[in-house]
Design a protein around this ligand. Structure first.
Ligand code: PMP
Ligand code: GLU
Length: 402
């Protein structure tokens, strides 16, 4: 084939941006391979290892040759365990036909958009938002509508903002609590007020609860507050964050049977299912166990301590201010005080994206700029890393901007 061949890619990819979080992670790996000691606050990934009993279950699965195809959407065993977990979480009974398991929550979300959206539909995705929501909506032909939340409301969408964003074309409304990137956690009252608005529309709510285990305030669940919305809610969750299982790729979607069946039908033509071994590991993770509860609580306690540590160190950096996040493992400081003025060596950053690059080049600390999350003026730091790295990383940050 001639090197001059021009590749014509599908039109729907014209606007596609690669995942900024995944791209930053790749850049960090590259710099480290070059011998540079980068401290990474970029990718949202627990630094803990998967708890031992889950690993043992996976090794047993291999040894027992549980390595064959499973039904699309997962084995009966894994869907039973997930149905029990979702029923307990939501305090609403979920049947097996209402559950599918996926290669991470990310695939679950992608499939949900594919199953629900047509060209011309709108998806309401409050900003700041997790990078993949808007791209997944666009890949499904939908237009993202991104009401801008602010620090004043703790980065939570207000009923008035939601009302203004709704239109006859609204197909999907994203709710993500605790939130990536802001760590915002909606209270029961706040969710109830949003439910009052959403009852007037026929939009499907996608509740991404992947950080549900990591809340430092009492966690209010959407469907416990608005159980009458269960027939138009998809719950998306996964094992990556709570069980430190990012690389295993396990997620699930729970919701009305016709939508779940449609998702499984797409799966039957695409990935079919996540790895059979991962499914057996997930059975272990989601089977009620005091030992695993304790392992999760230990990780959450560590995240809580690190949140307080990173907040106290950020507070010492002039030009930086930060909302207190109530959940997940991200801080989302406002860095506008560092823009458009000379930093060390006279460098001037006009945007938070420039500052993000500056921090990587000058201080060898990797963060993700707010631009990627629809919120210029901010940067996101994942503090799912050791206390030593947090202390050293914040020292480098302070030094490079003072
Ligand atoms: N939702 C949110 C809000 C996330 O931050 C992530 C990133 N891990 C995901 C979904 C996807 O998680 P995974 O595919 O690793 O389960
Ligand atoms: N969700 C994590 C993050 O936001 C992991 C990376 C990704 O899946 O995009 O950093």
């Amino acid at each position: 084939m001639s090197v001059k061949t021009e590749y014509r890619l599908a039109r729907r990819l014209a606007q596609l941006e690669p995942s900024a979080t995944a791209a930053m992670n790749a850049r960090v790996q590259q710099l480290r391979a070059e011998g540079i000691k980068v401290i990474s606050f970029s990718v949202g990934e627990p630094d803990f290892n998967t708890p031992e009993p889950i690993k043992v279950a996976a090794i047993e699965a291999i040894n027992k040759n549980r390595t064959h195809y499973t039904p699309a959407g997962g084995t009966l065993e894994v869907r039973k365990v997930i149905a029990a977990r979702v029923s307990a979480d939501q305090e609403i009974p979920y049947a097996l036909g209402q559950i599918t398991t996926t290669a991470g929550a990310k695939e679950g979300l992608y499939l949900a958009f594919q199953a629900l959206c047509d060209e011309g539909d709108e998806a309401i995705i409050p900003a700041p938002y997790w990078v993949s929501y808007v791209e997944q909506a666009r890949l499904a032909g939908a237009t993202p509508i991104t009401p801008q939340t602010t620090e004043a409301t703790g980065f939570k969408v207000t009923p008035a903002q939601l009302q203004a964003a709704l239109s006859p074309r609204t197909r999907v409304v994203m709710l993500n609590s605790p939130s990536n990137p802001t760590g915002a956690v909606y209270s029961a009252d706040e969710l109830a007020a949003l439910a009052d608005v959403l009852r007037e529309s026929d939009a499907i709510i996608i509740a991404d609860e992947i950080y549900d285990a990591i809340s430092y305030v009492p966690y209010a669940r959407w469907l416990r507050v608005a159980p009458d919305m269960a027939d138009r809610t998809l719950i998306v969750n996964g094992a990556a964050k709570a069980y430190a299982m990012t690389g295993w790729r396990f997620g699930y979607v729970a919701g009305p049977q016709p939508i779940i069946t449609a998702i499984k039908d797409i799966q039957s033509h695409t990935s079919t299912h996540t790895a059979s071994i991962t499914q057996d590991a997930a059975v272990k993770a989601y089977t009620p166990s005091a030992e695993l509860d304790e392992a999760v609580q230990t990780m959450v306690a560590a995240f809580h301590k690190r949140r307080d540590l990173i907040l106290s160190l950020l507070a010492e950096i002039p030009g930086v201010s930060c909302n207190v996040p109530d959940g997940a493992f991200y801080v989302f400081p406002n860095v506008t005080g560092l823009l458009n003025k000379p930093l060390k060596n006279g460098v001037v950053c006009a945007t938070s994206d420039d500052l993000n690059n500056y921090l990587l080049d000058q201080a060898h600390i990797a963060c993700v700029s707010g631009e990627s999350f629809g919120a210029p003026g901010y940067i996101r730091l994942s503090y799912a890393t050791s206390e030593d790295e947090i202390v050293e990383g914040m020292r480098r940050f302070r030094e490079s901007v003072s």
